[in-house]
Structures are given as C-alpha cells and as structure tokens.
Design a protein around this ligand. Structure first.
Ligand SMILES: Nc1ncnc2c1ncn2[C@@H]1O[C@H](COP(=O)(O)OP(=O)(O)OP(=O)(O)O)[C@@H](O)[C@H]1O
Length: 623
C-alpha cells in the first residue's frame, strides 16, 4: 500500500493526440485475435452488418417516394367516394406497394439488428474467455520477481479490467464500420441533391470531435494514474470483508480504520472523475449546440429552396432527414472513434503485459536431469539482492549440499534462509556466483524438470479451499486421481489423523470460503501441507519452517518420519526448534546473509559459537 506519500507521475502518460492515434496500432492484433476466436461468427457479423448498413438510406428513400406519391395523388385529384372503390380503381397500387416495402425494410432492419447484437455478444464473450486464459498462461510463465513488482501488478490489474470490462470494444468497432457504410450511402444521396450541405455538416461537427478526443484522453490519464489506489481499494474491500481476515480485523477493531481509509480514497478518485465529467458535460453541451445550429441552418435552406420550387416535398423530407441522420451518425462516429482510441489505449496494457518476458527459463538444449542426483548441489560464491533492495539478502555463500544428506539451516529472522531455498529451487537466479547441480549450473537444466525434482513446502504455504484430498494432490496434481498415493502421503505427514476426524474424510472441503467447508487448526493445515512434499516424490525435499505451528511432539514425530522416509534423499530443513535441527546430518548457521558456521550438532556445540549460543538460549527457556 502506498501509505501517506503517494507517488504520482509528473505528467499524465499517454494522453497526447498523437499517442492516441499510435494506440490504434493495437486494433489489428485485436481484430486478428477476434477472428481467430471464431472465423465463422466473424464473417457472419460482417456480412449482416453490411446489409444492415444500407437499410437506412433505402428506407428513407422509399419514404421520399411515398410522400411524393401522396402529393401526386392529391394534386391529380383522383379522389374516389370510399376507400374500397378507390382501392379497386388501382390508383393506390403504387402507394400500397411502397408502404409494404417500407414495412418490410423496417422489420428486416430490426431482425438483422438483433441477430448482429447476438453474434457480437457471443463473439465478445468467446474472445474475453480466450484472452483471460492467455493472461493466466502468461502470468504463469513469469518470474516470482515479476510478481513482487508493484508496477507489474498495476499493469496486470489494468489488463484484467480490460478483458473483463471492455469486451464492448468489438461491437463498437464493428458498429463504427457499419456506420461508415451507412454514412457513405447517405453522403452519396446528399451529394447528388445538394453537395453544399456536406460542408455545413462538417463545420458543425469538428468541435464535438475535438472535445470528445480531449476528454477521453483525460479520463484515461486519470484512470491510469489512479491504478495503485484502485488496487488499494480492492485490497481494503478484501481485508475488510473476508473469512481469512475477519478474526484479526474484529479483535483489533480495524473496521473503522479500513472503512475510513476506503472512504477517503474512494472520494479522491470520485473527485478526480467528477472534475472531468463536469468539464466534459459543460463543453459537450456547447459543442452540441453548435451542431444543432448547423442543422437548423441547413433545414432552413432546404425549406426555402423547396418553396422556390427546386425540391419536391419528398425531397424536402429526404434531405432534411438525411441531414439529421448524417449528423447523428457522424457525431456518433467521431465520438465512437475517440472512444475506440481510448479503448485502444487500454489494449496497450493488455498487449504490453504479454510482452513481459520471464528471465528464468529453460535453455534451448537442456541437460538431462540426473536420476539419481550423484554429487548434489554446490553453491559457489552465491550472492542475491532483491530488486531495488540496498542490502544483499545473501552473499558469498560457499557450500556443498551432498546427495543424500539432511541439511538444516539455522539463523535469526531475516538471516537469508528462505532466500537460499528460493535460489536452490530457481525461483530466483543468483546475481553473483553460481549454483551447480552435479557439476553443471542449474540454469542448464530444464526448469520444469528441476522443479519437478524438488519438493518445497514454504512457511507461508497456501491453504487451498479445495477438498482435503486435493489439498494434498496439489503436490503432484497429475496424480490427483491416485487415491492410494494421496493416502500414503497423508500417513507419512500424519495428516491422516487429521483427515480421519473430518466428517467427509478426504472429500471434505477445507476452509470457510465455500458452503460446507471446515476450517483446520494451524498445525493441522501444516500436516496437510507437508503431505504435499511426500506426494511429490522429489529427489530434493525442502521444508521451510512448515512445522512452526506443530506442537513439540508432532514436530518431533514428523521429523523422525521425515528422516526415516527420506532415507537416501537429499533434504533441507529450516526450523527454529533445535530438537528438530539436531536431527540433521549437518547444520549451516546463517547470519546476515553469510555462512557463519557449518557442522553437525555436536561439532557446533563443541565450537561454542553462535549456534551453541542460540541452542543454550532455547534450552534455558525450557529449564
Ligand atoms: N521478496 C522480497 N523482497 C525484498 N526483500 C526481501 C524479500 N524477501 C526477503 N527479503 C529480505 O531478504 C532478507 C532475507 O530474508 P529471508 O526471508 O531469506 O530470511 P529468513 O532467514 O528466511 O527469515 P525468517 O526466519 O524470518 O523466515 C531479509 O532482510 C528480508 O527483509
């Protein structure tokens, strides 16, 4: 969260006219994406819209013919006594035919419009689904480091909103294309009768266009600038009203604080939006009035010329209606264009998110992963610094994690234990030095294979709101159906005792998010999480303090089993409990990112160094 001092870019990005036009380059890939989603639906909507586009001018022209026919009939004075006699005389045939035609056109236009709207909504939804999946897939390929970057979070957030809220872009875009065809057809009609009307039209419309363009750019800029705050709003809403936070929020009485913070923040966003909306409404009103003046000027001229005998009454209605429709259409087109340009800017976020490339990836020709690992892992002068951090989290790490040994990492909070583990599982790459596996850098192996061979349970493991069985199966999701494997893993981590007590056993939904879910104690969750490591059947097992919530007996038993069961397997355990740590073959003591001591429990006690001091401290606490 931003706290009190909010960073605001000096000049709002991407709001110049030129940049808006540049953003239009996003439209071709967008349309290509839509096309690939469903070529059939795409073709259908284009063809139907083309038909629909020509209907208005045809309808208006038929209207003109009707009026001309009516005036003709009046002038000719062919009035018969009653309607049926008149009808039978055949004088009304042409008028009747024209009326029928206009009726058919109106019905046709309505039906076509509905079909087109239906296709557009189907197509938009399909496209939004496809893009959401791509978004998830791409997010999955990114580095952990990327996710810890607030800028990326902002961009991802805008991209998500783009997908969720902007699927109207497609119908807008297609509607524009359709309107252009209609406009051309009207313009041709107008040009034939009175070309000067078109000039008048343009003069009336230009101010509206520029106004729209300007205010859309401002809206985007505001939206862009306030992304972090909007994310904070979401976050506040989430911690203010979710099952996982309710306990703490209630007992600390945080609700008032959260609500006030939400209110203040949402009001500032509201004020920024209101300012733009007000200015937009004011200027928009003025510009529209100019357009209306243009329309009535044209109307007066047409009427005058009709009186002079240049136009028929039918022409008068056709021209004035054409002019009015053209004005509305062009206004819509221009406003729509600037909206499309605005949406194209949001597409920028979506597409630029796709352009972020992970830095940790599998080389083109990966080295086959060793089965079994022979020598183990060697850290050679490894150093790592978190992005934007001043301090090295770990530095000058030199040690050998031998195949088959159980290594414990000990150190005070922030000493670098978790960081070391993240480097080992290649969630980060070192900034200095290198890590070798059986003599070759980790980066030469296939990333998926490396991760598949490492089973790591972090201290902040995830409590999935899934069934108990699935909570274990996530350790090796391909084996989700393998009940005996899941049960065996549960027995090893003692999770079976927890699950046996659940009303629905392995099928019990865990967590309180969904109906019928049962929550577990911290230690019970941990036993479930540890079962994931066994599920994985990896060559290297890493337990990063996942036992912190286990009672002393459970932790002892869990590690006893761990040692027995991981026999021959390489393992790294992080724990603050020395009863556990002393079971390891070797212990590394970390201090401020450096290795301070290495040895077995006995050796380190003998040495009377940092380890012995920490051990004494804990032992004294129990005496
Ligand atoms: N994602 C991160 N971004 C920036 N700095 C981090 C990040 N994670 C850890 N650090 C910093 O790196 C240092 C080492 O952290 P690390 O999590 O490795 O410690 P640890 O020994 O596991 O501590 P603990 O016993 O509290 O779990 C700390 O100074 C910490 O503040």
């Amino acid at each position: 969260m931003g706290g009190g001092s909010r960073h605001r870019p000096e000049s709002p990005p991407k709001q110049s006219l030129r940049e808006r036009f540049v953003a239009m380059r996003n439209l071709p890939p967008f349309l290509r994406g839509v096309w690939q989603t469903s070529p059939f639906l795409s073709v259908s909507t284009i063809v139907l819209r083309l038909l629909r586009a020509l209907l208005p001018v045809v309808t208006l022209y038929v209207g003109k013919l009707i009026i001309d026919e009516v005036t003709h009939l009046i002038r000719a004075g062919v009035l018969h006594g009653d309607l049926s006699a008149w009808w039978n005389s055949g004088d009304l045939n042409r008028l009747g035919g024209l009326l029928l035609l206009e009726f058919a056109l109106a019905v046709g236009a309505d039906i076509l419009g509905r079909i087109v709207a239906l296709i557009d909504s189907l197509l938009s939804e399909l496209y939004a689904n496809t893009t959401s999946v791509q978004l998830m897939e791409h997010a999955a390929s990114l580095d952990l480091e990327d996710f810890e970057d607030a800028d990326l979070q902002d961009r991802l957030d805008r991209a998500r909103r783009q997908v969720a809220g902007r699927s109207s872009l497609l119908s807008q875009l297609l509607g524009q294309a359709q309107d252009i065809v209609t406009i051309i057809s009207f313009a041709v009609g107008l040009a034939v009768y009175a070309p000067w009307l078109i000039v008048l039209l343009l003069v009336a419309l230009v101010p509206v266009f520029i106004g729209e363009l300007h205010f859309n750019a401002q809206s985007y800029a505001v939206n862009y600038q306030w992304t972090p705050e909007r994310r904070e709003l979401d976050y506040l809403r989430m911690i203010g009203a979710s099952a996982t936070t309710a306990k703490e929020v209630k007992s600390f009485g945080l609700n008032r604080f959260l609500i006030d913070r939400y209110r203040v923040l949402s009001q500032s966003i509201y004020r920024a939006n209101r300012t733009i909306a007000l200015r937009r409404a004011g200027w928009g009103g003025l510009f529209t009035t100019i357009g209306t003046i243009g329309y009535y000027a044209a109307y007066a001229i047409i009427a005058f010329r009709t009186v002079q005998g240049h136009f028929s009454i039918g022409d008068l209605t056709f021209l004035s209606a054409s002019f009015r429709r053209l004005r509305t259409l062009l206004e819509g087109l221009l406003v729509g264009f600037s909206q499309v340009a605005g949406q194209a800017l949001y597409l920028d976020d979506l597409f630029s998110f796709f352009l972020i490339k992970p830095e940790i990836f599998t080389p083109e020709h990966p080295r086959p992963f060793p089965h079994p690992i022979r020598e183990g892992f060697v850290f050679e002068n490894v150093g790592f610094r978190y992005p934007d951090a001043e301090r090295w989290a770990v530095r000058h790490l030199n040690f050998h994690l031998r195949a088959g040994e159980v290594l414990a990492l000990v150190g005070e909070n922030g000493a670098g234990k978790t960081t070391l583990v993240k480097l080992l599982s290649r969630l980060y790459d070192p900034d200095e030095g290198r890590i070798l596996l059986d003599g070759h850098p980790l980066a030469e192996y296939d990333l998926q294979e490396l991760r598949a061979n490492i089973g790591v349970i972090f201290q902040d493991f995830v409590r999935y709101y899934l069934s108990a069985a699935d909570n274990i199966a996530v350790g090796r999701i391909e084996a989700r159906e393998d009940v005996s494997r899941i049960e065996a893993s549960a027995r090893r981590s003692m999770a079976n005792e927890v699950i046996d007590r659940l009303p629905k056993g392995y099928q019990q939904m865990l967590g309180k998010l969904f109906k019928g879910g049962v929550d577990l104690s911290g230690g019970e969750w941990q036993k479930i999480a540890i079962a994931r490591a066994y599920m994985r059947d990896a060559q290297l097992l890493i337990l990063d303090e996942p036992t912190a919530a286990l009672d002393a007996r459970s932790e002892y038993e869990v590690f006893q089993r761990f040692k027995e069961l991981s026999h021959g397997k390489t393992a790294v355990i992080i724990s603050h409990r020395f009863s556990t740590v002393r079971m390891a073959d070797r212990i590394i003591v970390l201090n401020e990112g450096r290795i301070e001591e290495v040895g077995s429990h006995e050796e380190l006690i003998e040495k009377s160094g940092h380890y012995a001091e920490l051990f004494e401290l804990q032992a004294a606490g129990y005496r």
